[in-house]
Design a protein around this ligand. Structure first.
Ligand code: ATP
Length: 339
């Protein structure tokens, strides 16, 4: 007997599928287009029809579907954003919304769907697949890189490089004027982007939601280390850090150290866009092909992940419930080198 939730690669059933849907959901991430391209072409290579679902779950509810041919994904591998567009849909969170979405999928003859997005998008897919007979396979695409079960999410590396480029420029001004810059990067619940960009930029302090001790580091830096140095510095903060992001931290620092020239730079949406790095394109391509393969093997409710460069399949219920752990050794390294 086959357990549909289990992962089985040894007895593929490559007969049932006729038409698959593909869509992007949640925040856009560079490399989503490379994934759409890989899914579309891998499906066509396997004699499947492909339908692009525009504007995430909202487009699914509204039947905003477009047929996808190989030529439709020409020249997109290098583009940021998503040609299928994306959305956040409150209606899909309701059972009525999901019923409408199911009716649209049925009307279009879509048997299975590849969802490219983050944990919210996978939670939606899991919920719908428990209510209706439809298979979803997920490709993790979020600049936060916070999904359990994969070393890598599409878009993270491009976003990391964008942050590093921006902070290098801010550093020039910080040093020239003798200023402290508090730089806020994206990451409501995850500090990986702040942590790695902070390391890459030689930030003096890194504040992330996963470690409260870093606030003592900030105090130490401002009270001791700072006096002996050239009166400039970069403090990287993830937007989800407890005291409430860069503006609140700046206010506190100014109160305690009115002599310091403190500036804030919130990088914002500059982190999301742009042409994906080579790695983002390669990984999106590998994951896109693996997602189609998984659907052909009759998998459902799984996320494609990468574990030390190898493709793995992770059940949605694990990917969305468990947390991606952060390498706190990097904070120790940062502390040690910051003398
Ligand atoms: P990002 O990491 O970029 O924010 P995400 O996929 O986590 O990406 P969300 O906004 O959390 O982005 O989720 C995308 C969409 O998935 C939501 O707008 C909603 O339509 C759907 N969704 C999220 N959570 C649920 C849920 N619990 N039930 C049903 N649908 C959900």
């Amino acid at each position: 007997m086959t357990d549909k939730n289990s992962i089985q690669n040894d007895s593929p059933k490559r007969t049932k599928l006729r038409k698959i849907g593909v869509f992007t959901s949640g925040g856009d991430a560079p490399g989503m287009n490379a994934a759409i391209r890989a899914v579309t072409r891998a499906a066509i290579a396997n004699k499947l029809k492909v339908v692009g679902i525009r504007r995430g779950y909202q487009g699914m509810i509204e039947g905003d579907f477009v047929p996808m041919k190989s030529a439709d994904v020409s020249g997109i591998i290098q583009l940021g954003g998503t040609i299928l567009r994306t959305a956040r849909s409150n209606e899909f969170r309701t059972s009525e919304g999901r019923q409408k979405a199911w009716q649209q999928l049925q009307k279009a003859g879509i048997d299975a769907v590849v969802v490219i997005g983050g944990d919210g998008s996978f939670t939606g897919a899991l919920t719908m697949s428990q209510e209706y007979n439809i298979s979803f396979v997920g490709i993790p695409a979020t600049i936060d890189n916070d999904m359990y079960g994969t070393d890598y999410t599409i878009g993270y590396e491009t976003a990391l490089n964008s942050v590093v480029c921006a902070v290098d420029k801010i550093r020039d001004t910080a040093v020239s004027h003798g200023r402290i810059f508090i730089v806020e990067v994206m990451g409501r619940e995850a500090g990986l982007l702040a942590l790695n960009s902070g390391i890459a930029c030689g930030a003096e302090v890194i504040l992330i939601p996963e470690s409260k001790e870093q606030h003592d580091e900030l105090k130490r830096f401002l009270e001791k280390g700072y006096k002996n140095r050239d009166r400039s510095g970069i403090i990287m903060v993830a937007e989800g850090d407890e005291p409430g992001g860069a503006l609140n931290i700046a206010e506190q620092v100014r109160k305690e150290h009115p002599d310091l020239d403190v500036r804030v730079s919130i990088l914002g949406h500059i982190q999301r866009g742009g042409s994906p790095t080579a790695n983002d394109r390669v990984n999106a391509t590998k994951m896109g092909v693996a997602a189609v393969d998984a659907l052909l093997d009759d998998q459902k409710s799984i996320m494609i992940g990468l574990d030390n460069g190898k493709i793995v399949q992770v059940p949605f219920n694990k990917a969305v419930k468990l947390n991606h752990s952060i390498d706190c050794n990097l904070l120790d390294i940062q502390k040690m080198l910051n003398i």
